[in-house]
Design a protein around this ligand. Structure first.
Ligand code: DX5
Ligand code: ZN
Length: 215
């Protein structure tokens, strides 16, 4: 069964308590929290302060996706805010190995996120150091975009790299995941589904989560 990670970017910020309650009572596994700085991506979203609120609102895993430049400057703040997983973008990290070691030394699971144009082969020499690859299936910055079909090939390539080396690294797919395309995403080798609009814009978010979980 896949890990389901609803993205709170699409939640109702006028009524977050209700959305958190819904998630806590649902089959969702992780809270996916998108951090944007207006520099690495053309949008600004939440920061450590809101992560801390979400941490208090749930016992589920807080999966923090940093879409920011120089993420090393903020790793400790996100740890203190309660992040369990911290993912940084390969494109934002000239010293990725150092960033990963820092995240692990702080006691968090370490993830590397990759943009649609970045080949998964670029992960070759970091794969054995990380817990999670966040494969972007849209260009990061906004919820509600359309899934880029070539991602399916990238999932297959990455699954092969991980299995050939006998590693336990999650493949998380982020962007444009729907109830319709989720089965082929899982069949290609992914095991974590991020879903923003699909969950929060659905008429019945709890049953949408259950549908994704059943795949
Ligand atoms: C996009 C974010 C995603 C986003 C996904 O930059 O990283 O996590 O919230 O939203 P949907 O599922 O609506 O594409
Ligand atoms: Zn994300």
């Amino acid at each position: 069964m896949p890990i389901i990670a609803p993205s709170l970017l699409s939640a109702n910020y006028l009524n977050l308590e209700a959305d958190c309650k819904m998630l806590n009572e649902s089959e969702a596994d992780w809270y996916h929290l998108d951090v944007m700085d207006g520099r690495f991506v053309p949008n600004i979203s939440l920061g450590p302060m809101l992560v801390e609120f979400f941490r208090k609102a749930t016992a589920k895993v807080c999966d923090v996706h940093l879409m920011i430049e120089e993420p090393g400057n903020f790793a400790e703040q996100f740890k203190n805010a309660g992040a369990d997983n911290l993912s940084v973008h390969i494109e934002a990290c000239p010293h990725l190995h150092r960033n990963i070691q820092q995240i692990k030394a702080l006691g968090m699971k370490a993830g590397v996120a990759v943009n649609p144009h970045t080949p998964v082969s670029d992960l070759s020499d970091i794969l054995h150091d990380i817990d999670l690859v966040c494969l972007m299936s849209v260009n990061p910055g906004f919820g509600g975009q359309k899934f880029i079909p070539y991602t399916i090939d990238k999932i297959r390539q990455l699954r092969k790299m991980i299995d050939e080396r006998g590693l336990q690294v999650h493949i998380e797919i982020d962007g444009g995941v729907t109830v319709e395309n989720a089965a082929s995403i899982i069949a290609s080798g992914a095991d974590v589904l991020v879903a923003g609009n699909t969950v929060f814009k659905s008429a019945d978010p709890t049953s949408t989560i259950a549908q994704l979980k059943k795949l």
